[in-house]
Design a protein around this ligand. Structure first.
Ligand SMILES: Nc1nc2c(ncn2[C@@H]2O[C@H](COP(=O)(O)OP(=O)(O)OP(=O)(O)O)[C@@H](O)[C@H]2O)c(=O)[nH]1
Ligand SMILES: [Zn+2]
Length: 225
């Protein structure tokens, strides 16, 4: 008998994006965000990117450049921004906690590759997530998948951190979750203030992580903070 429970089976949505999140946490999307197919979006974005390159004075008949508009469009739709589309929301399967494990579980150093919504350049870093298992445990890779899903959107780090925390609370059916992200913003490093030495840390604590300083300290110790 399959004793896995799919929290996401009920939660998994092909409906409006982020409808499971509080309104202030949703990525701002128009109601018709998914009226076009992926292929239609790629064709439209490629056309516009062609125009951007043209305006920059680039010769689009050059062998190396001519494929770039479509390459960029495919990268946006299939990779960098795939997390905008609820069809890619990971299904987070839970399993009965037959091990009786009720201590801290930390998944650390999860690769974060996101995109600054102000400048459309990369945000790169690591996420560390933790929860206290109750009646259920989760397949470890699902924690990485949740981070990746919300990272693959135009983002600010604060929203990314809270979206991951809310998704984990919802999918793992517990308030006892912690999320810490440390990331480098290419918009800070490569332009504007041009600071390659600073990085940004954000954290969100739910349930016992908020109330119990000892638990929080243990989480921070395990991730080397
Ligand atoms: N809070 C927050 N700010 C961010 C994030 N990513 C980028 N920013 C900031 O967004 C701000 C946008 O400010 P603006 O003054 O409109 O943009 P700008 O003129 O390009 O600013 P500079 O980067 O200072 O040159 C900048 O200060 C960025 O550093 C993020 O994840 N969270
Ligand atoms: Zn930026």
């Amino acid at each position: 008998m399959d004793n896995s429970v799919s929290a996401a089976a009920a939660a998994h949505s092909s409906g409006p994006a982020d409808s499971h999140l509080a309104p202030d946490l949703r990525t701002p999307l128009r109601p018709d965000a998914f009226a076009l197919s992926d292929e239609e979006k790629i064709a439209g974005i490629a056309e516009h990117f062609h125009e951007i390159m043209h305006l920059l004075g680039l010769d689009l008949s050059d062998d190396s450049l001519k494929g770039t508009p479509r390459r960029v469009a495919k990268m946006y739709v299939h990779e960098w921004f795939r997390g905008l589309d609820p069809k890619h929301r990971p299904e987070v399967k839970l399993f009965e906690n037959r091990y009786g494990y009720h201590q801290l579980l930390v998944e650390k150093d999860i690769t974060v590759f996101s995109c600054c919504e102000h400048h459309f350049v990369p945000i790169m870093g690591k996420a560390h997530v933790a929860y206290l298992p109750g009646e259920h445990v989760v397949g470890l890779s699902k924690l990485n998948r949740v981070v990746q899903y919300y990272a693959r959107r135009p983002q600010v780090q604060e929203r990314l951190t809270r979206q991951i925390a809310e998704e984990l609370k919802h999918s793992l059916r517990t308030e006892n979750v912690a999320v810490l992200i440390e990331a480098d913003h290419l918009c800070v490093m490569s332009r504007g203030v041009n600071d390659t030495g600073s990085s940004t840390l954000t954290a969100e604590y739910g349930g016992l992580f908020k109330e119990d300083q000892g638990l929080r300290a243990e989480f921070l110790r395990l991730i080397g903070k």
